[in-house]
Write a protein that binds this ligand. Structure first.
Ligand code: HEC
Length: 216
C-alpha cells in the first residue's frame, strides 16, 4: 500500500515537472480565446481604415506572445529574440548621438499613428513621437511619468561604450530583439521613429548635459 502511494506521488511529480517545461495548458490561451479577442479588437475600431486594419493582424512574435500570455517557455523565448534580431539592423559604422533637445520633444510626444480621424488635425506635419514618458520616468524635473517600464533617470551613468549604444538602439528600434514579449513598442521596426529620431532620443538619454542625467 505504502509503495503504491509513493509511486503515485512520484508519478504526479513527474507529470507536473513535464508540464512546467512544456506547453502548460493554464499558461497558454486557447485558439478560441485568441480568436474572440481578435474579433473584439477588429470590431471595436469602427473608424479604422483598411491601412490601419493591417495593424490588427498579429505577426509571428505577437502570436507567440499572445498564446503564451507573454511568458513563453525558454526555447520559444530564444526563438522570438533571434527572429527579432534578424530584423533589427544596426546602422553601419555604429550610431552617433543626435541632439538631446530634439530627443526631449520626441520623448514627450505621443503624436502619430493614431487610428480614426482627428478632425480637424492641424498638426499633420508633426513627426511621430516616442511617448517614452507614458511608461518611463526620465528627467527628474518632469513630474508626470508612467511606470510600466523601469525608470530611466540617470541612464547616462552607464556611459557610451559601443555595446551600450548598440543595446540602447536595439531597445528602441525593436525591444523584442533584447527581451522576448517585452511590453515596449517596437518603434523602428514599425516605422514609428526613424534613425535620426532614435539618435536624438538616445542623446536625450545618454548626453551628460541632458536633464535625464541631472539627478545628483
Ligand atoms: C508602452 C510602454 C513603453 C513605452 C511607450 C516605452 N517603453 Fe521602454 N520599456 C518598456 C518596458 C515594459 C520595458 C522593460 C522590458 C524591456 O526591457 O524590454 C522597457 C525598457 C526600456 C529600456 C531598457 C531599460 C534598462 O534599464 O536597460 C530602455 C532603454 C527603454 N525602455 C527606452 C525607451 C524609450 C527611449 C522610449 C521612447 C522612445 C520607450 N522606452 C518607450 C515600456 C515602454
Amino acid at each position: 500500500m505504502k509503495k503504491l502511494i509513493l509511486t503515485s506521488l512520484v508519478a504526479s511529480f513527474v507529470t507536473t515537472g513535464a508540464f512546467a517545461m512544456g506547453d502548460k495548458p493554464d499558461i497558454a490561451f486557447s485558439q478560441q480565446q485568441i480568436n474572440n479577442a481578435e474579433a473584439l479588437v477588429e470590431n471595436s475600431w469602427t473608424q479604422a481604415s483598411s491601412e490601419d486594419r493591417k495593424r490588427f493582424v498579429q505577426d509571428k512574435t505577437q502570436e507567440l506572445c499572445s498564446h503564451y500570455k507573454d511568458q513563453p517557455p525558454v526555447d520559444i523565448a530564444l526563438q522570438i529574440v533571434e527572429m527579432n534580431k534578424a530584423v533589427t539592423p544596426y546602422p553601419e559604422g555604429g550610431i552617433a548621438l543626435g541632439d538631446w533637445k530634439e530627443g526631449e520633444k520626441l520623448a514627450n510626444s505621443g503624436y502619430g499613428m493614431r487610428i480614426g480621424n482627428i478632425n480637424p488635425d492641424k498638426n499633420k506635419n508633426r513627426p511621430n513621437g516616442g511617448n517614452c514618458y507614458a511608461c518611463h520616468a526620465m528627467a527628474p524635473s518632469q513630474p508626470a511619468a508612467g511606470n510600466l517600464g523601469p525608470s530611466l533617470t540617470n541612464y547616462g551613468m552607464r556611459g557610451t561604450s559601443e555595446a551600450m549604444l548598440k543595446y540602447t538602439y536595439q531597445k528602441i528600434y525593436n525591444a523584442q530583439a533584447t527581451k522576448a514579449c517585452s511590453n515596449m513598442p517596437r518603434f523602428g521596426y514599425h516605422g514609428v521613429l526613424d534613425d535620426k529620431q532614435i539618435a536624438d532620443i538616445m542623446a536625450y538619454m545618454l548626453d551628460p548635459n541632458s536633464p535625464v542625467n541631472s539627478q545628483k
